[in-house]
Design a protein around this ligand. Sequence first.
Ligand code: PLP
Length: 346
Amino acid sequence: MNFDINNLVRDNVKVLKPYSSARDEFEDFDTADMVFLDANENPFSSGVNRYPDPQQASVKSILAKQHKVNSNQMLLGNGSDEVLDLLFRAFCEPKVDNVITLPPTYGMYGVLANINAVENREVLLSTDFQPQIEKIFNAIDENTKMIFLCSPNNPTGNSFSEESVTTLLEQFKGLVVIDEAYIDFSEKESWLEKMDQYPNLVITQTLSKAYGLAGIRLGICYASAEIISILNKIKPPYNVNELTQKRALQRLDDTNAIQSEIKLIIEQREELLKVLLHVNYVEKIYPTEANFILIKVDDANKRYDDLIAKGIVIRNRTTQPLCENTLRLTIGTESENKKLIEALQN
Ligand SMILES: *Cc1c(COP(=O)(O)O)cnc(C)c1O
């Protein structure tokens, strides 16, 4: 497939001259003995009186090492939600272009499509929650810019078959965005390894789930250097703040802590799966590769209310397509899960 990203970029973005911040113009800004009088900052040192690095070089360099990619194949955002929004703004002409999403899935894709006045063509997953490739290709037209694949998928918990993802990557002429928010809980490989093979592959990850940093808001987009340079043109200059960059660096350095928490969460998930088998109103337990479990119950609204009354908040997914009477349970600590189990069994 001969793929030219320039065929996908919005015309206004193509000709856009990005805002150039003081810190963009002088890149080596943490050179220790320089005097910085260029950005109208308060000169009194507090750790955060200076604008943050707009390119987050330190965070990117550690991520680049850990994931074996180049820093120029990476864009960081204020959560993956910002990264996803930038993709819409770079590639989708409002009221002209469309994207494809595969419900039941993460609600933000549809919300972002609406905010950006981009048509969202929904192609339901199959009953076993896999992409329906033929239906997807029927929905695609010359204005289809992106397909969103959430794998492992929220709220179903499964990942998509390698075969269907590969078919889309090979045959769709727009961007295939794979949201890997839950990849660290899965035994499957990340699609990152295939990035050099597919010029239309975009992968998003986040520090919000396995990395335990939902509060700092840091999302990552991995893609070809060409795609990343387009996103860089339109991103707000200081979209990742200094406190976030510092905290992310600390955490990324502590790979042992991250891995041991992931391991504990997976152990708790397996425990909970066993218990759920014996809860009489649980009608189905969906296979999961994430830090949550989707279950089908007799009456989701009733079971949801019962749990709330016992002080336990879960997610009721009953209104989602193919998810009637389903509940999504996030895996907590061992003691939180004990409380959940007790409440489920009563
Ligand atoms: C939680 C979640 C995210 C994370 O979004 P952030 O903005 O990075 O916190 C992204 N995608 C999916 C599918 C999620 O469930």
